[in-house]
Design a binder for this molecule. Sequence first.
Ligand SMILES: Cc1cc2nc3c(=O)[nH]c(=O)nc-3n(C[C@H](O)[C@H](O)[C@H](O)COP(=O)(O)OP(=O)(O)OC[C@H]3O[C@@H](n4cnc5c(N)ncnc54)[C@H](O)[C@@H]3O)c2cc1C
Length: 472
Amino acid sequence: MNSTVFERQPASESVIDHSLAPSVRKAFWVEDAGRDASTPRFAGVADCDLAIVGAGYTGLWTAIEAKRRHPQWRVVVLEAKEPGWAASGRNGGFVESTLTHGESNGRTRYPQEYERLDKAGLDNLDAIEAAVNEYGWDCDFWRVGSLAVAVEEHELQWLDESADGEREIRLGAEQVRSRVNSPTYLGATFSPRDTAMVHPGKLAREMLRTARELGVEVFRRSPVKALDASPQHAQLRLASGAVRAQRVALGTNAYPSLLKRFRLHTVPVYDYVLMTEPLTAAQRKEIGWSGREGVADLANQFHYYRITAHHRILFGGYDAIYHFGGRVRSSYEERPESYRKLASHFFTTFPQLEGVQFSHRWAGAIDTCSRFSAFFATAHHNRVAYAAGFTGLGVAATRFAAEVMLDQLEGQSTWRTELDMVRSLPTPFPPEPLCYPAVQLTRSALDRADHREGKRGLFLRTLDSLGLGFDS
Ligand SMILES: Cc1cc2nc3c(=O)[nH]c(=O)nc-3n(C[C@H](O)[C@H](O)[C@H](O)COP(=O)(O)OP(=O)(O)OC[C@H]3O[C@@H](n4cnc5c(N)ncnc54)[C@H](O)[C@@H]3O)c2cc1C
């Protein structure tokens, strides 16, 4: 088996120790966006037209779009902790047009409708940009594109296969290094239109502000314990009361679904992130990166990284950790070996930055599903809609999901609700004790492929042919 560049050129233990020493385990974006203390808790009994569970991007987009469509509706959002505290406040801030976790996954799974999904994804990204401008969201939204970089020889061929000259422009090693200077880069594709970068925490904060301004009632620290329905309405039960609603949208992501039959359709997979201190002017000169485009490398276990408005670098990805039992727990966010690995890979990528320290480290749960792109379900005679399974690419796709759920709750048949992607469901994961070994087996097979020039072994090829998989 071949080694990867990150194994051939690791950082020394002392460089890693020094870099991580000041880091606190906290999501930088949430801290930087500031906490909104004015959101009340729910208590009592309420009736509304639409109740939304979860105040991440899915819930907040649903609230904003519902008020745009129906200004007269009473819309209530119930959030278990704080708005935007979970994945929506912890992600890399890559706002990607793809609704299908990339072109290859999309074309394989939805061959008949891929072109339509591709266009819908671009329209969705344009609509997000329009909302940022219309509502004046202060969220460092930059439509700057992204680089997919090859760091191993065999990955160059993948670049050649994907570059089309228009949406994806092929760059040689010197060209990519003149944008972002890493000695590991052998080539890249640049996608100027398909990706924007955003400050995730500020985006959530601004969406909350707009939702409120449109008249949405948002409640924090108000976990919903149960959902049931009668012919007249749906009912959400909380420890502090109950909400009766004509319609319910569930945006609960990696957390257990209130619709029990969908609990095996996603598994929570932990993804790890580091954030550096702000770079000095001299350090910035060493690495270039004046265009602020996002960067991701190409292996199965990949890194994603980006630069912030104040010249910090976020570096995340690689490990994708599933814990036996599939629970979401804050104790899973502390995983020293994942942070140390990330720090080492950071200095392999940017050896010029040796001596830089990380101020923050954090992790978040990703709602992985076996087809890697969102799925949609309705229940209780279309009174309840549910969207999840974004599998690490939900910053933009959650807006599309909000539109789908609203179409469904309005009882409308639209081009969105007619999509195969919307009408079909992913294969559920097996229950424990089978799920854990199945995921571990898949992870080992992906790791082996990364060490064999990307060649997928029999196990992965069988999963591919069955349309099954595991990804972050
Ligand atoms: C580390 C990391 C990096 C990522 N990077 C990217 C990226 O760069 N680009 C990208 O496109 N995607 C990325 N993602 C994925 C993206 O962040 C998510 O797909 C997206 O934020 C999902 O939004 P959401 O609203 O569905 O979920 P969340 O933000 O997780 O919100 C769900 C909310 O529901 C609440 N909730 C759950 N159950 C209940 C209940 N019973 N009652 C009340 N409230 C409840 C939770 O408290 C939570 O606030 C990343 C994710 C992680 C974790």
